[in-house]
Design a protein around this ligand. Structure first.
Ligand SMILES: Cc1cc2nc3c(=O)[nH]c(=O)nc-3n(C[C@H](O)[C@H](O)[C@H](O)COP(=O)(O)OP(=O)(O)OC[C@H]3O[C@@H](n4cnc5c(N)ncnc54)[C@H](O)[C@@H]3O)c2cc1C
Length: 542
């Protein structure tokens, strides 16, 4: 199929290679006692695949809808749709032992085809896992069959493109399988932008972003994806569900909100009406350094609460800053951010950015920078901002390199109030350090504030440790459970932007409460009475 670029089945990207910096090579050896040797993933042919359980009759019926070429059961198709891109997914894939695989991968080309496929899947008892870019980091695309006889991965890559543009209303409609870079390229032709740049931007689809309530790097300026969604078109096993696309409405609770974040358990989002913006004339990114994380957080809080928030905020604590310094986000042999920071000898780094018309960028920048300086920040200029921008999507490539060398590399994220930030950060870091320390694999735990609100922040924790060869899953599970338990105990959210998927389903039940969980379950039972849609995700089975 000619279409969007695919990720490697065992990692990120297709052909791009981001080499480790010398500092990171050094860190691998010095801090984690590894020898720097490379552990190659197994060959594709060595991946253990279960035999397909899709009945010939069901396959023929699916083929009759999309054409035989678009129902695939070859090894490459099944393997590449058998997992997302979490650390656990990659460890399993690299070892050639995914916990399962779809029995076939089906590529519909229209809303009508999706509706027809769902009808057949209900009758033939086939589970359906919607697959956008496959970048889920919480087990969202795990091919579970639940109570069904078989499971298909429904890859939405052919459901792609910009459908309508209403420039006067700053609204566009788009097919849900459109990848984020393709969408930005289409919009650029109309001098428009969505401004949605998650770290997984290169491969995420817009439908997947909507289904997971994704958040981009410029969330402070453009808002979360949910704030850009005006209307949705969904194919459910019960038929089409459409939420009218209006700028605002008081016609009861918003149906749209039932779909955004529903992670494919209610139906398949096939189209979206999005609020877009005029393309900025200027993009300006800068670095500011602070003595320590505490003073930086306070300065940032004043910036946000005085309505001086830039469009991009990435504030790293001391550990995270030192990892940046070593070049995790630097990419390339010379760690450009690292060089900038070395010159300053200050403790923590915040990247701030503004996008818009020139005079507005200047005015807003002055407001932000004045308050950051008042809080003790030293501006280090656009060099740091440029280095960040050049490497803003490099981290998952670097993760592949670190996995090659035998490291556990993962990220956990959450959100809490400004006053809850300190106890939460301490609790999560302590929990991860204790869990991995108990295994004799001490962890380096960094923290970053990457999304800010008047009332609080999102925290992302980066965890590095020596992977326990042969026992990676249990090691990761210890760390993940410890972090999740600490997050729940602190009253923070189990996910600010990665979603619930499989990995968080049990923990989300604690956050939603039993009545809240049963409301979601009732909604699913109504729209998907046979339970074919993405079994095991979002709503805990327990
Ligand atoms: C390296 C890395 C960095 C990341 N950074 C970010 C980040 O900065 N911000 C962020 O928010 N997330 C991030 N993520 C998580 C992930 O990229 C997002 O959740 C993204 O929104 C998923 O989009 P996708 O198209 O890849 O969806 P998929 O992974 O294909 O699917 C995600 C979930 O949505 C369902 N789904 C997909 N498409 C549809 C559809 N059309 N209709 C119904 N259900 C559907 C799937 O069944 C699955 O449950 C990151 C992930 C990785 C690996």
């Amino acid at each position: 199929m000619t279409g969007p670029q695919q990720t490697r089945w065992w990692g990120w990207g297709e052909s791009r290679h981001v080499p480790l910096t010398e500092q990171l090579e050094h860190l691998v050896v010095q801090a984690f006692g590894l020898d720097g040797s490379i552990r190659e993933p197994v060959d594709l042919g060595a991946v253990a695949l279960p035999a397909s359980t899709l009945e010939p009759r069901a396959r023929l019926r699916l083929e009759a809808i999309v054409g035989p070429a678009w129902v695939r059961g070859d090894t490459a198709s099944r393997v590449s749709h058998s997992a997302g891109k979490s650390y656990l997914d990659l460890v399993r894939m690299r070892a050639g032992t995914p916990p399962g695989a779809p029995d076939a991968v089906v590529f519909p080309a229209s809303h009508e085809e999706v509706l027809a496929l769902l009808g057949v899947c209900v009758q033939e008892r086939v589970a359906v896992v919607p697959f956008g870019g496959g970048t889920s980091i919480v087990g969202g695309v795990a091919p579970l069959r639940g109570e069904q006889h078989a499971v298909i991965s429904l890859d939405l890559a052919r459901l792609s493109g910009l459908l309508t543009v209403d420039a006067a209303s700053l609204s566009v409609s788009v097919a849900a399988g459109t990848r984020a870079p393709a969408l930005e390229a289409f919009l650029a032709e109309h001098d428009l932008t969505l401004g949605h740049y998650p770290d997984s931007f290169e491969f995420a689809s817009i439908g997947g972003c909507a289904a997971t309530r994704s958040v981009g790097q410029a969330s402070a300026g453009y808002g979360r994806i949910d704030q850009a969604i005006q209307g949705v078109r969904v194919a459910t096993p019960r038929g089409e569900l459409s939420a009218a696309a209006l700028p605002a409405s008081a016609a009861g609770p918003a149906l749209r909100e039932l779909v955004v974040g529903s992670e494919g358990v209610l139906g398949v989002i096939t189209g979206l009406l999005l609020r877009v913006r005029t393309r900025p004339a200027q993009y300006r990114y800068e670095g500011v350094v602070f003595e320590d994380f505490g003073s930086a957080v306070e300065a940032l809080r004043h910036v946000v609460q005085d309505h001086a928030t830039p469009d991009i905020v990435r504030l790293s604590d001391e550990v995270q800053t030192s990892v940046l310094l070593a070049g995790v986000e630097g990419g390339g042999r010379r760690a450009p951010l690292g060089r900038v920071l070395l010159r300053t000898r200050r403790g923590v780094l915040v990247i701030v950015g503004w996008e818009g018309q020139r005079d507005a960028v200047e005015r807003r920048r002055l407001h932000t920078m004045t308050l950051l300086a008042r809080g003790g920040g030293d501006a280090i200029g656009e060099g740091a901002g440029r280095a960040w921008a050049a490497s803003r999507f490099a981290a998952p490539y670097v993760r592949d390199e670190l996995l090659d060398r035998g490291l556990l590399v993962d990220q956990f994220e959450t959100a809490t109030s400004w006053s809850g930030l300190w106890p939460l950060r301490a609790a999560v870091a302590n929990a991860i350090e204790a869990a991995l320390g108990a295994r004799g694999t001490p962890a380096l735990v960094g923290c970053q504030i990457s999304h800010v609100y008047l009332t609080g922040v999102s925290l992302t924790f980066t965890v590095l440790a020596r992977a326990q060869e042969g026992d990676e899953e249990a090691q990761w599970l210890d760390a993940k459970n410890a972090a999740s338990a600490a997050i729940v105990a602190a009253g923070a959210t189990i996910s600010h932007h990665h979603g619930i998927g499989l990995d968080h389903a049990e923990w989300a039940a604690a956050e939603l409460g039993s009545l809240g969980t049963s409301v979601l379950a009732a909604l699913k039972a109504h729209l998907d009475p046979s339970g074919v849609m993405n079994p095991g995700k979002l709503i805990s089975a327990r």
